[in-house]
Structures are given as C-alpha cells and as structure tokens.
Design a protein around this ligand. Structure first.
Ligand SMILES: Cc1cc2nc3c(=O)[nH]c(=O)nc-3n(C[C@H](O)[C@H](O)[C@H](O)COP(=O)(O)OP(=O)(O)OC[C@H]3O[C@@H](n4cnc5c(N)ncnc54)[C@H](O)[C@@H]3O)c2cc1C
Length: 553
C-alpha cells in the first residue's frame, strides 16, 4: 500500500526462483531425442541455479556496472587491464563450475549435447558473460594444430576453476581464450587483414612471430590468450597470442578503448593494437582462415544455442506476466488473441531449441568418431550456417513481440531489473558476430555444394515426408531446388525454406501433435510474417500448457 495515494495491484510478480529446466518440457524432449541416455541431474542443478533470484541479481549487477578499462596507472604507466564488477566474476565462476567451456572435448559421447543444454539455461540468466566461455569452448579443435601449446594450455582451458587473476598461464588454476579477426577495414572479409606477422625465431612453442597492427573488435580482452589472424610471408595465418609471455612479462597488447555497445553490457569488447607482440604459429602458414574457422564454426553453434535460450526466457517472462495481469475483466492469458500470440511464440521457441540441439548432436557425433557414414559431419556443415542464420535472425523479432506482451513494463529497464529489455538489446548480437546473416546464407550455399549434402538433407527430412503427402511434396520441391543450385541473391530464401522444413521434421519427432500441426500450418503451409496469426483450429491451449505448465492454465 502506498499511503495516501493508491494501492499497487494488478502488477505481475518477478519470475524468480524457478528451475529453468523443470518448466521447459520442449528442452527436455529435445534432449531425450538427441541423447536418450542422458542423466538430467546435473542439468537440473544448472536450471535451479540459473533461475535463482541470487543469480538474477548477479546478472543485473554485472550489466548495471559494466567493465571499465584501466589503460594506465596513476603514474602514467600502461597497464591495459579491465576491471569487472564482482558479480561478473561470480557468474563466470558458476559457468565454469557447470563446465560450459572446454570440458566436452575430452568427456566422450554426449558431452557436447549436455553442455549445449547447460549453455542455453545459463544464457537465460546472463548471456554476455558467456562470450569468453564460448570462445574457450570453441578454441580447442583449432589449438590442436600446435601440439606444444595445446598440451601446455588444454588442461587449464578445461579446468572447471575460474581464475580471473592477471598471471602467467602456469600459475593459474583455470585459463580462458578469445579471438581476434575483425579489423577496421573488414570483418566478414578477413582477407583484408593488414596486421603483420614477422618471423622472430623458433622455441618450445614452435615458430614465434612479432605481430604488428590492430583489431577493431577483440572481446573479453582479459582472456589469457587469443587466436588471431595476421599476414605472414606465406599469407594470412593463425597465431596464438598470450596476454602474458611464458617468462611473466606482459605482451605488447595495448587496449585502446572499450566499445560502447547496444547491449551485451557485462562483457568487455575492446579495440586493441599490437606493437610487435609475441605470438606463435598455429597450423600452416597461409591457412589462417580455415584454421581460425575451426574455432568460428563452434562459436556459431553457441550463437544458435544462445538465441534459442534467450527466446525461451523471453517466452517464460511473457507467459508469466500474461498469467497474472488482468485486462478487460480477465487475465491476459485468457484473452483469445493474446493466446494466439503466446502460442505462436511458444512454437518459435520450441523450433529454435530443436534445431540448435540437433546441431549440437551433429557436433557431438562428428567429434567423437560416432559417425561411420559421415552423415553427422554433413549435417553439421549444413546446420551450422542454417541454425545460426535462422534462429538468430528470428531472435529480435521474437524479443519485440514477447516484450509487447508485457506492455509498457516490457520496455522499462529499471536499473537492469527489466530483463525483457536486456534480452531485446542482446538479441541482434548473435546474428551479427561470428558471421552476419548474409555470410551464413552464403556459407550454406558452399555447404550445399558438398557431394553428400543433398543425401544428408533428404535423410533428415524423411520423417516430415512420412507425415503427409503435401509435406512430402514441399520437401521434394526443396530438394529439387537444392539440386538445381541457387544464385547468391536467393541464398536467404533457400536458408529460410530449409530451416523451416528441418525444424518441422524435428518437431514431428519430439514435440507434441499440437505443436507440429500448428508449426506446419503457420510456417510451411503459410508464411506468417508477424506473430499471432495462427489459423483457426490450432490447439492454442495445448501449446500454451506445454510451454508454461506451472504458471499459465
Ligand atoms: C559486440 C561485438 C563483439 C565482437 N567481438 C569480436 C571478437 O571478439 N573478435 C572478432 O574478431 N570480432 C568480433 N566482433 C566482430 C564481428 O564478428 C564482425 O562485426 C562481423 O563479423 C561483421 O564484420 P564487419 O563488422 O566488418 O562487417 P562487414 O564485414 O562490413 O559486413 C557488413 C554487412 O555486409 C554483409 N556482407 C559482407 N560480405 C557480403 C557479401 N559477400 N554478400 C552479401 N553481404 C555481405 C554482412 O553480412 C553484413 O551484414 C564483434 C562484434 C560485436 C558487435
């Protein structure tokens, strides 16, 4: 009661202290489909912790008090360090404790799938601290190309003990890595990189170089090392560049400033210059793009997972609010048109989860040698650009509609307490970094040129063909068009079409009939362009109940 003026009522409560996995049958079913033997105990622990009010508070604080660059000390000496709020460190400590980073590479079949689900759950709590976690996860395959560095660093990169101290690698309990490709004159077209690498001798870590130049984006600059691209005598090459050298001296990396970003506030993204910084060759000279893309391909998986996680959280917030807020005499979740919007968002969220986890399975199987006929490798090549393109592209549109379900409250941040606004600001990022939408669509065209692509797609889409002749006709038409080739200007159209068919095929296999029916009617039979256009006859009640059984009837 506000004495003397008014009583506050008809406002929804915070969505707090919930187990994010327990309330998400779409994720649980996708996990059962992709990894039937998985014991969900550890993931339930992640779901409980990431849905807790305590972690939500850390997420708020890490964003409300963003990182600060300390370029110089008070005596004028360069120190090039970034200071973070204690909540940032708390979140990172939790992310590593839950093994969201480099542990799956040595953990055997299924570990990448379990980690993918954990990554999605953590994203619901706070996505931006996961930038260095994701890069640390992704760097392992690329790092293998320098055996000496891999053997010295891999144990630290896989350690579940976060260590935020600025110390040489052999004095830390856990290590993290980032990546530097993008320069001012080109990010997508990294062949335009001008940063130079001059050979400087050989040592225990292999061929050592001096790196001179800049990077226009280098996120998480407090990481212990980076994979970067630079021009060597033999062409654009990939290098391992540590912040501190093996003898403990600070490498010549000057952090010029931190980016002032739309969202992603808890994460520091910097501009850096290298003044003859020491770095070691990873892989062959002139093969830098392929080498660093071994890392980029994995971070693209995380972009798809991250956007699917953000969608799920935005949906939960919308359902939670609509289950409590009254308008025109009944709760919003009882208003027929709002039910159409909520159900449509639920479909999109479940389809994103399905596609992202299918990609995680393809990564898992192809990495663990559990792929005798090469099908999983082919699907991985196709789904990496497809899932990154489509899920991330849908993310911003999704966040806007979910925000609208909260009305004006959705748009208000209130010092970081307005989680929906934070999600909305975060959403476009996964679509831009690690290859923006067009680059992904063009990458799909490259993947489709592989001899095994059409066969892999046909195999993956077979369950959809089995569920009705008109769907079979859609699949055959798409496969026919894939066969005929596609010109660049139509690459997005093809990517959208294939992504929707693949999502439908997955929903057929592990979602409910109500979800599958509504998805195909709204996305395959029709091409709805805003949410809330589900046709008459769709089982809205069943779809909403599945998405939020705890909060909405
Ligand atoms: C918050 C944040 C953090 C980042 N962190 C890092 C980091 O840690 N390390 C790092 O290396 N980079 C990082 N990046 C950079 C990011 O990866 C690039 O911004 C991205 O790859 C796009 O490159 P660009 O900005 O140079 O845009 P451009 O390459 O100029 O692209 C602009 C647009 O043109 C399109 N385009 C490009 N080529 C074609 C084509 N052939 N046909 C059709 N369309 C095309 C692209 O899809 C895009 O839409 C970060 C970016 C952000 C926003």
């Amino acid at each position: 009661m506000n004495p003397g003026t008014h009583e506050v009522f008809n406002q929804s409560t915070p969505f707090s202290d919930v187990n994010l996995l327990a309330g998400n049958p779409a994720l649980a079913d996708a996990l059962r489909f992709n990894h039937p033997q998985l014991d969900l105990t550890a993931l339930h622990a992640v779901g409980a912790e990431t849905g807790s009010a305590a972690m939500q508070r850390h997420a708020r604080l890490a964003n409300a008090f963003p990182p600060q660059l300390r370029s110089h000390d008070r005596f004028g000496q360069r120190i090039d360090q970034v200071e973070f709020h204690p909540s940032y460190h708390h979140l990172l400590r939790a992310a590593l404790r839950h093994r969201l980073h480099a542990t799956p590479w040595t953990a055997g079949t299924g570990a990448h799938i379990e980690r993918a689900a954990a990554f999605m759950l953590f994203t619901e709590c706070e996505p931006s601290v996961l930038c260095p976690v994701s890069m640390t996860y992704a760097v392992m395959p690329a790092l293998r190309a320098n055996a000496a560095i891999h053997s010295a660093w891999a144990p630290g990169l896989a350690s579940p003990r976060y260590d935020g101290r600025f110390l040489p690698h052999d004095r830390k309990t856990g290590l993290m890595m980032g990546m530097g490709m993008t320069e001012k004159q080109g990010g997508s077209d990294v062949r335009a990189n001008t940063t130079r690498a001059d050979h400087d001798g050989d040592d225990a870590w292999g061929r050592r170089y001096r790196i001179s130049g800049h990077k226009w984006f280098l996120s998480a600059p407090m990481c212990d090392a980076f994979l970067i691209l630079a021009q060597a005598a033999g062409g654009l090459s990939c290098f391992f560049l540590p912040r501190l050298l093996p003898d403990g001296t600070v490498n010549a990396i000057a952090i010029q400033r931190l980016k002032h970003k739309l969202g992603n506030h808890a994460n520091a993204s910097s501009e850096v210059e290298f003044a003859a910084a020491a770095a070691w060759l990873v892989g062959d000279q002139g093969r830098g793009v392929a080498q660093i893309l071994a890392m980029g391909a994995i971070t693209r998986l995380d972009c798809a997972l991250g956007s699917a996680g953000l969608m799920r959280h935005a949906l939960s917030l919308a359902l939670h609010h609509a289950g409590q807020r009254q308008a025109f005499g009944r709760r919003l979740c009882e208003q027929p048109l709002m039910r159409n919007v909520l159900a449509d968002l639920a479909l999109e969220s479940e389809a994103a989860t399905a596609l992202a986890l299918r990609l995680a399975r393809a990564v898992d199987r192809s990495e663990n040698g559990d792929d005798a006929d090469g099908h999983e490798a082919a699907i991985r090549r196709l789904l990496t650009p497809l899932a990154k393109f489509w899920i991330c592209k849908r993310g911003s549109h999704f966040a806007q509609e979910a925000m609208e379900c909260l009305g004006g409250n959705g748009y208000v941040e209130e010092q970081g307490e307005g989680v929906m606004a934070r999600i909305y600001r975060e959403m476009p990022l996964n679509s831009i970094w690690e290859g923006a939408g067009n680059i992904m669509a063009l990458d799909l065209l490259r993947a489709l040129r592989h001899a095994d692509a059409a066969g892999a797609l046909a195999h993956e889409l077979a369950p959809l063909c089995a569920s009705g002749s008109h769907l079979a006709a859609r699949v055959h038409a798409a496969l026919h068009d894939v066969d005929g080739g596609c010109d660049e200007a139509q690459a997005r159209t093809l990517a959208r079409r294939l992504a929707l068919l693949l999502q439908a095929a997955l929903l057929r296999q592990h979602a409910t009939d109500a979800v599958f029916d509504a998805f195909t009617r709204s996305r395959i039979d029709a091409a709805n362009d805003v949410f809330g256009l589900l046709p008459a006859g769709v089982d809205l009640a069943a779809i909403i109940a599945r998405a939020a059984p705890q909060t909405v009837d």
